[in-house]
Design a protein around this ligand. Structure first.
Ligand SMILES: Cc1cc2nc3c(=O)[nH]c(=O)nc-3n(C[C@H](O)[C@H](O)[C@H](O)COP(=O)(O)OP(=O)(O)OC[C@H]3O[C@@H](n4cnc5c(N)ncnc54)[C@H](O)[C@@H]3O)c2cc1C
Length: 291
């Protein structure tokens, strides 16, 4: 049987790593999921000068220190993207490759840094997907588009090329795609809107519409409500109390995903707070931190 972890942390940016440090110091078995390179966002910062005690560093230098510190405490790190969380006494965490279980979950997925496309939200599950491995078979023998903001999308597009009639790949990052399946058509334009009333009928780009039945939007972070049904939001961000508890018992959130200010110190503080209360939740379910 799979191991049941005390605390599962979704996201390995400043908030998630800080939560992992505290969870490990409190001697809880901890699994942290990070599908990118530990905060691509912060790694883009040319200079960080407002993190107390560590002035005048680049985002990369600071993230490397955070990762190194966290690794000393030996959390289990899983380089997979979490696609769903099913909350219960024992929470189930589903990635594109596996299923895991944990007594408590801390969501630290950051925020989406690109706006949703026009039409995207309404057609979620009706042709819009955030995970090729999970949903690819629904589009077997159909034309699809993959809009990817990370290089990871290349693998997903290759997988789709094996089963779909046609794959358009729209890389929205700097580097040229490598090792793509020869049948994939690369389009170096920005997507403008999703077409279709009840189901996806196409993807609008600058001068034409791609007639596709499925669109895979692969960002660093997805809209958080897709991870966990019933999670209460405050606008676009997760609603939490001062313990970083969400409306669902045993599910906590920390960092940019709970709202502004979008700053490292706030993310790190919230990660610690979430972990302390996740520990209390596990040890004593009567903790006064339910919302
Ligand atoms: C250019 C730039 C400069 C900045 N400069 C500063 C500065 O000088 N000072 C400052 O205080 N702040 C700065 N910030 C803001 C700072 O980077 C953020 O506030 C901070 O990174 C938030 O941390 P976080 O852990 O909440 O989210 P993130 O850093 O966004 O980390 C979230 C992590 O979760 C992972 N993830 C998301 N979804 C999933 C999933 N489903 N499964 C698995 N993993 C997932 C992502 O890969 C990512 O690594 C800057 C931001 C940018 C973009």
């Amino acid at each position: 049987m799979n191991q049941v972890y005390d605390i599962a942390i979704i996201g390995g940016g400043p908030a998630g790593l800080s939560a992992a440090v505290t969870a490990r110091i409190r001697n809880k078995s901890t699994i942290l999921f990070e599908h990118g390179g530990h905060s691509e966002k912060l790694r883009k910062a040319p200079e960080v000068d407002n993190y107390l005690g560590i002035p005048n560093v680049t985002g990369v230098q600071l993230m490397e220190q955070f990762v190194k510190h966290c690794m000393r405490l030996n959390p289990t790190i899983v380089k997979e993207k979490v696609t769903s969380i099913y909350p219960d006494e024992m929470n189930t965490i589903v990635t594109s490759a596996n299923t895991y279980q944990a007594r408590s979950v801390i969501i630290a997925t950051g925020v989406i840094s690109t706006a949703l496309l026009r039409g995207e939200k309404n057609l979620l599950g009706k042709g819009i997907s955030y995970c090729a491995t999970c949903d690819g078979m629904f589009f077997k023998n159909k034309p699809v588009a993959v809009v990817s903001y990370t290089k990871e999308g290349e693998k997903e597009a290759n997988f789709l090329a094996e089963i779909c009639q046609k794959v358009y790949y729209l890389p929205q990052y700097k580097d040229a795609p490598e090792g793509l399946h020869p049948d994939i058509e690369v389009i170096k334009e920005k997507p403008l809107a999703v077409e279709g009333d009840d189901v996806v009928q196409g993807l609008l780009i600058k001068d034409r519409e791609l007639a596709v039945k499925g669109i895979f939007m692969l960002r660093q972070s997805d809209p958080v409500e897709n991870l966990l049904a019933g999670l209460e939001l405050d606008g676009e961000v997760i609603k939490v109390n001062r313990c970083m508890a969400t409306n669902i018992p045993g599910i906590f959130a920390a960092g940019d995903c709970t709202g502004r200010p979008w700053q490292i110190a706030k993310a790190v503080g919230e990660g610690l707070t979430a972990a302390i209360h996740a520990v209390q939740y596990i040890d004593n379910k009567s903790v006064a931190c339910y919302r």
